[in-house]
Design a protein around this ligand. Structure first.
Ligand SMILES: Cc1cc2nc3c(=O)[nH]c(=O)nc-3n(C[C@H](O)[C@H](O)[C@H](O)COP(=O)(O)OP(=O)(O)OC[C@H]3O[C@@H](n4cnc5c(N)ncnc54)[C@H](O)[C@@H]3O)c2cc1C
Length: 390
């Protein structure tokens, strides 16, 4: 097979790029290891920066998001029971975020690809990369017993943190930066009314908790847990009881509980791989970087990569201008590192760190006091939360 752009990974990054390129008549193929049902069964992110929402509209996939997504122009930070609101719109000249589940967004992208007759091949395995430094790279993959070959101009590694693309960059070229946090998030999804119309990030002496949602009938709650905990350690009752202890009194009293429809533990990690380009292989999204979920930057960082890649490809195919592609890694990483800084800072501000000493505790407390005493600090938080420009 021959195509212009071979995309590995049918998650949000791969599908979004495929859709944007196809709308411009740039031929591409997406290779996805899992079935479509499996990809759509994954419960992940749910808060979209306004820039991501804009990209969904450019990709002609924004109708359902605009109809069903919720615009949030603020959120709360609670500290040991005292709740204070961050006015996102007020601090950013009217910007906001959209609460719309990654599952729904991925479904919209799949449906759009299907409508346009996009080539998304599921259930493949054993992707291998060849001649990445040449003008004629190709890849091979296995489907059933068959080995297939795709010749292309460019290969996009949008295959998530565990995919093979990043590993195709030689070890003496790739630099990896990582921070592993000494806790994870236990998340529960329940068909209950969210306890608050806006998200609550709650810092308490018992550890961090987050009240989030996917809609007015679907709540998503998280509590910080030690890395040694497993899902089996937490019955629904135990989860709700612990969550209540970490929330302000009014929210604890009002919390509507119910059976979990999903329960999982995610360890928290910051990770960046540099460079994001090797020859004609370009990394995008989780394949190149991971953030802790505090501040909701994971999916949103993928969106800016796709924006830069899309415009680079467009300039290449429409005007023969390779500047965008040549600058891709540098430009994408500049924004990725800012999202990393913000996620690391919000994680540091709100969690209980088991190894903190008295000095560290004072710094954390002072960081919070400073935040709420300074319009400049609140503006910085707000502009990062709604998303830096790309
Ligand atoms: C458990 C979990 C919870 C999360 N929660 C949040 C959250 O609350 N908020 C937030 O902002 N972010 C969250 N994230 C991060 C967010 O979901 C990701 O940043 C986002 O999915 C990145 O999209 P992506 O397309 O780059 O990668 P992915 O969504 O990981 O997509 C990569 C795709 O590549 C496929 N693939 C892998 N290997 C191969 C292969 N060998 N061949 C072909 N295909 C392959 C995978 O099956 C997958 O479909 C979470 C992530 C995880 C894992």
């Amino acid at each position: 097979m021959k195509t212009k752009v071979g995309i590995i990974g049918g998650g949000p990054s791969g599908l979004m790029l495929s859709q944007l390129l196809d709308l411009q008549g740039i031929d591409n193929i997406v290779l996805e290891r899992q079935s479509r049902e499996y990809v759509l069964g994954r419960i992940r992110a749910g808060v979209l920066e306004h820039g991501f929402a804009k990209l969904m509209r450019v990709a002609k996939c924004g109708d359902r998001m605009d109809a069903e997504g919720e615009l949030h122009d603020g959120f709360f930070i609670a500290e040991n029971g005292v709740k204070r609101r961050i006015d996102l719109a007020g601090h950013t000249g009217g910007n906001s975020v959209v609460v719309y589940g990654q599952t729904e967004l991925t479904r919209d992208l799949y449906e759009a690809r299907e409508k346009m007759g996009g080539n998304v091949i599921h259930n493949i395995d054993d992707v291998e990369f060849f001649d990445l430094k040449s003008d004629a790279p190709y890849l091979t993959y296995k489907r059933g017993d068959e080995i297939n070959r795709i010749d292309c101009d460019f290969i996009i590694g949008a295959d998530g943190f565990h995919g093979p693309s990043r590993k195709a960059i030689p070890k003496d070229v790739l630099r990896e930066y990582e921070k592993v946090y000494p806790f994870g998030w236990l998340g529960v999804m329940s068909q209950t009314k969210p306890v608050s119309p806006e998200l609550i990030y709650s810092k308490s002496n018992r550890g961090f908790a987050l009240c989030s949602m996917r809609s007015q009938v679907l709540s998503r709650y998280y509590i910080q847990v030690p890395l040694t905990d497993t899902v089996d350690d937490w019955s629904d009752d135990a989860f709700w009881a612990e969550l209540k202890l970490r929330l302000p009194t009014a929210e604890a009293a009002a919390l509507e509980t119910g059976p979990s429809i999903e329960k999982s533990i995610a360890p928290l990690r910051s990770f960046v791989a540099e460079p994001m380009r090797y020859g004609n292989l370009f990394l995008a999204g989780d394949a190149a970087h991971i953030v802790p979920p505090t501040g909701a930057k994971g999916l949103n960082s993928a969106a800016s990569d796709i924006y830069y890649l899309y415009h680079g490809m467009l300039a290449h195919y429409k005007n023969g201008d390779d500047t965008g592609l040549e600058q891709y890694s540098e430009k994408a990483l500049a924004r990725v590192w800012k999202a990393q800084r913000f996620s690391w800072w919000m994680t540091s501000l709100l969690h209980t760190f088991p190894d903190n000493n008295a000095f560290d505790d004072k710094m954390q407390k002072t960081d919070m006091e400073y935040l709420f005493s300074s319009e400049a600090a609140l503006t910085s938080l707000a502009e990062n939360y709604v998303g830096l420009p790309f």
